[in-house]
Design a binder for this molecule. Structure first.
Ligand code: BG6
Length: 471
């Protein structure tokens, strides 16, 4: 297969090492994204995946496991592409904290380089629980795997998944360690929401339609509501979800990245450096309303039946839903309420941001103009406005202006990489725009850690599975 990205940086042979290849994340996101890139001819001409994990498999068992995990829908990929894709994957068994295993991995990588007659690029993906990050990072460094080849060719990069730490102190320590072992340009901290086409479109909408910028502030905006609702419960992730909870699972990362997109100032330029700078700047200014009680609309909830999910304790106090009132302490946004709300086991899966404008018969009235960014599903943008009802009396009625991605001719978007495909491709070419910087991670943890301090003051309320909203 030939590469058709036109990106010369992606043409260099690359070895993609996945730590934890047999885990849930690799199955749900990573391997399908790599297969997607392969079928779209967006991988280098020479590439391979080395899976690294604790369990031992024969070659056939491993291939069957990966094939099953890819969960391919009928007609989704050409059978020939799937077969060739699987031919590119090999397996190295080892414990994540066992230095000898990294020696074996280094040998496997060297054999591949020798066979290709070239020093390849290496991309290491940590698809493991965060508690294992430190051991893997230290071993990558001590085994020399974090270095380019002797002649300085072939970069090495490391892709790190969220959650990046458990709180501000933990995140700071992890970041320090990373900074000691790798250079910033080698570190790609993933928040896959940054790579959602609709999230990026918020910047295009705000900064290329000049009529909105003058009113995108506290003088005109009444409130902002950011929602991330999922119809599914925790599925089979109870054991990894329960120690984390909704606030850290999606609040610390995806929801704050949505907030950053809607509230950040215009970057000096649309380069990675300037965009990340502005995202971080707005994140440092977020404050939360007091969490004394359920006043101020703050809520913590748990869906009924959650405690019987596999891997969840019978007395779990973990929230699967939260609503948090926040604001951005800047001259642009001071005192504008920003609601962050997310829940599992809700009536429907829906992620969107509503920006309510002042006006009508008073703030909070139903006569407000609303700009809605629909992140997923039915991706697009909606504007609620008012027109005169035809007739002899002067009354008005609401109408909607809509842009939907599905209105764009299919050939423009059908072959677009999805969020994980986009992230992997950007890591290949070294573009860090859609990856979180140290400053963004620290700012978001600082905010969430402050919330966590008072979190238990809010009572945990039960809600039925399939709830539309939580009162
Ligand atoms: C993940 C969370 O980061 O994002 C999951 O750990 C959540 O709990 C998922 O389901 C949502 O992502 P998406 O892309 O399906 O909206």
């Amino acid at each position: 297969m030939t590469n058709k990205t036109g990106d010369t940086a992606i043409l260099h042979p690359t070895i993609f090492v996945i730590f934890g290849i047999t885990g849930d994340l690799a199955a749900r996101k990573l391997l399908p994204a790599l297969l997607g890139l392969y079928s779209k001819k967006m991988l280098p001409q020479r590439w391979c995946i080395i899976g690294f994990s604790r369990r031992s498999f024969s070659r056939e068992e491993f291939r069957d496991l990966i094939r099953g995990r890819l969960n391919i829908k009928p007609g989704q990929f050409k059978e020939e592409d799937v077969k060739h894709f699987l031919d590119h994957i090999t397996y190295e068994q080892g414990k994540f904290d066992e230095p000898e295993a990294y020696g074996r991995l280094a040998l496997r990588i060297k054999e591949t380089d020798d066979r290709w007659g070239q020093c390849s690029n290496k991309l290491f993906h940590l698809s493991v629980p965060p508690a294992l990050y430190e051991g893997i990072l230290r071993n990558l460094s001590s085994s020399g795997l974090s270095e380019p080849c002797a002649d300085d060719t072939g970069w090495t990069r490391v892709l790190i998944e969220k959650p990046f730490g458990n709180d501000i102190d933990h995140a700071r320590n992890l970041d320090k360690l990373l900074g000691k072992l790798f250079k910033e340009e080698q570190i790609f901290r993933i928040d896959h929401y940054l790579a959602k086409e609709t999230l990026q479109n918020i910047l295009a909408f705000r900064f290329h339609n000049h009529m909105f910028e003058p009113i995108w502030n506290k003088g005109f905006v009444d409130k902002i509501h950011i929602k991330l609702f999922e119809h599914n419960g925790v599925l089979d992730r109870g054991d990894t979800y329960d120690p984390v909870g909704a606030l850290k699972d999606v609040g610390q990362n995806h929801m704050l990245m949505m907030l950053a997109a809607v509230a950040m100032d215009k970057p000096k330029s649309f380069t990675a450096k300037d965009i990340r700078f502005e995202r971080a700047r707005v994140l440092t200014k977020i404050r939360h309303a007091p969490l004394r009680s359920s006043k101020d609309c703050n809520r913590r909830g748990q869906y009924e039946g959650y405690r019987s999910e596999p891997g969840v304790g019978p007395d779990s106090q973990t929230e699967t839903y939260f609503r948090l009132k926040a604001s951005v302490n800047s001259s642009r946004w001071r005192n504008v309420p920003i609601y962050l709300e997310s829940g599992k086991a809700m009536a429907e899966s829906r992620t969107e941001i509503d920006v309510y404008f002042k006006g009508g018969k008073g703030n909070g009235s139903t006569d407000q103009n609303i700009v809605t960014f629909k992140i997923q599903p039915n991706e697009g943008i909606k504007i609620k406005f008012f027109v005169k009802t035809p007739g002899s009396t002067f009354s008005v009625e609401p109408k909607t202006l809509k842009f939907r991605y599905t209105d764009v001719p299919a050939e423009h978007w059908q072959n677009l990489p999805n969020d994980y495909e986009r992230l992997i491709k950007d890591a290949f070419v070294g573009d860090q725009t859609l990856f979180a910087s140290t400053d963004e991670i620290m700012a978001s943890w600082r905010f969430i850690t402050a919330v966590m301090r008072d979190w238990s003051k809010l009572p945990l309320i039960g809600y039925p599975k399939g709830a539309k909203e939580i009162a």
